[in-house]
Design a protein around this ligand. Structure first.
Ligand SMILES: [Zn+2]
Ligand SMILES: [Zn+2]
Length: 425
């Protein structure tokens, strides 16, 4: 069975996250997005863990679904599977430097989660203040501790390239997985590429040939679920089946990842947000890595770090790698087609109508015939915009220093002609 997996989301208990992020709503939105398997997020948080125990029941070994009392049996979200995945923030010293690394941790059962949480609480880590808690523990030591509790637990470095909190981050990361994970490196089966990098950029590092690249949403709200995702062909559903695909880098099962255009991510280029300045890695070298206006150090983005650590062109290995497809979120496409802001009511209405009546978001973006979309959309520009994104015909002003990139699908004077009735009004 083909399934779409999003392994990194947050709950209402994580900082800066929507209060709507509760399991029944997450399941309903996964159905709308086309996500079949989603991480629970935040399982170290006592409030969220109680919510998981209240609403989830094991459906296949190591996978969970909502109890019938939590969602009507015929609701689309009732078929969504949950995997126990969370994010932990490690801040510690290693090699004489302060390191800040975010890691995703997956567990095979609620019982294992309970034991991990008890052990972390015993060590006096504060699990209550945030769904993504800060643990002052070395990433290698953390992974050892988790494996001692249950050897089926796996750890995956999150958004591996972002400057501030990532294994390869320019501010407080490492230059290789070995440097960060030491003896535990062989058990790091995957890294999350993050929104600001795509697989092609990661292929440039021979050091990453031994891991598989995964892509997830890191959603802080319902409508950001599935911003990026993984598409798999899985015969029998189970926690171990997914871990095996990662461990063996099984290209028969792992069909492709769904990606943001990396320029859209908020740390793609180098820059200074305060001065609204961004530049390429080459330009920032020329500027001696300082903002030309305020003279403070530039935040070096993902492209810069990849450029620094890369040891080959990506083309050399493309054919041996798991492929990917690039998308722009449907709400952004509709906003562009309508020429209005992405948060506007009209965009939301059209989004809900199309995903309710025609197909889920991933199908609309990648598969649904354009004629079908033209027939159903309230404006022909929506189908035209989707067709342009599918063909990669768009312009993106790249993100930098915490500011998201902005997508432009239609250039000046490039909007498709409206039907006569509408232009007459
Ligand atoms: Zn993170
Ligand atoms: Zn500046």
């Amino acid at each position: 069975m083909r399934c779409v997996v999003d392994w990194h989301v947050h709950s209402r208990y994580s900082r800066a996250c929507s209060k709507q992020l509760e399991l029944p709503a997450i399941a309903a939105w996964c159905a709308r997005k086309g996500i079949n398997v989603v991480a629970t997020g935040d399982w170290t948080h006592p409030g969220w863990f109680a919510h998981l125990k209240e609403h989830l029941v094991e459906s296949e070994p190591g996978l969970y679904r909502l109890k019938p009392s939590s969602i009507p049996a015929d609701a689309p979200g009732s078929r969504v599977r949950f995997m126990l995945g969370t994010e932990l923030s490690q801040i510690y010293k290693r090699g004489g430097k302060v390191r800040r690394v975010h890691n995703l941790v997956f567990a095979p059962s609620l019982e294992t989660v309970e034991r991990v949480n008890a052990e972390l609480a015993r060590r006096n880590f504060n699990l209550k203040s945030d769904g993504r808690p800060i643990l002052g523990i070395d990433s290698e030591d953390l992974y050892k501790l988790l494996k001692d509790i249950d050897e089926r637990i796996i750890l995956v470095p999150a958004h591996a390239w972002t400057p501030w909190y990532a294994v390869f981050g320019s501010k407080s990361g490492f230059d290789s997985l070995e440097e960060c994970f030491g003896e535990m490196t062989p058990y790091v089966y995957a890294i999350e590429t993050g929104l600001s990098s795509d697989p092609k950029m990661n292929w440039r590092l021979s050091g990453l040939d031994r891991v598989v690249l995964i892509s997830n949403s890191d959603a802080h709200s319902l409508h950001n679920l599935g911003r990026e995702a993984n598409v798999m062909e899985v015969r029998a559903f189970s926690y171990d089946a997914f871990v095996r695909i990662l461990r063996e880098r099984d290209r028969e099962a792992f069909l492709y990842t769904i990606e943001f255009f990396p320029e859209e991510g908020k740390y793609h280029l180098d820059g200074c947000a305060a001065c609204r300045f961004s530049c390429s890695p080459w330009e920032s070298k020329h500027l001696e890595f300082r903002c030309p206006t305020c003279k403070r150090p530039l935040t070096l983005g993902v492209e810069h770090r990849v450029e620094t650590l890369a040891d080959r062109p990506s083309e050399a290995v493309a054919r041996q790698k798991i492929p990917y497809r690039s998308i722009v979120p449907l709400e952004e496409i509709i906003a562009e087609a309508f020429g209005v802001g992405v948060g506007s009511k009209r965009v939301r209405q059209e989004y809900l109508r199309l995903t309710g009546r025609v197909a889920n978001e991933f199908d609309l973006l990648l598969e649904t015939p354009l004629e079908t979309i033209t027939a159903e959309a309230s404006d022909p520009a929506v189908a035209e915009a989707i067709s342009r994104v599918r063909a990669g015909r768009l312009h993106i002003a790249p993100g930098y220093d915490g500011i998201y990139g902005t997508v432009q699908i239609f250039g000046e004077g490039d909007l498709p002609a409206k039907p006569a009735q509408q232009t007459l009004l």
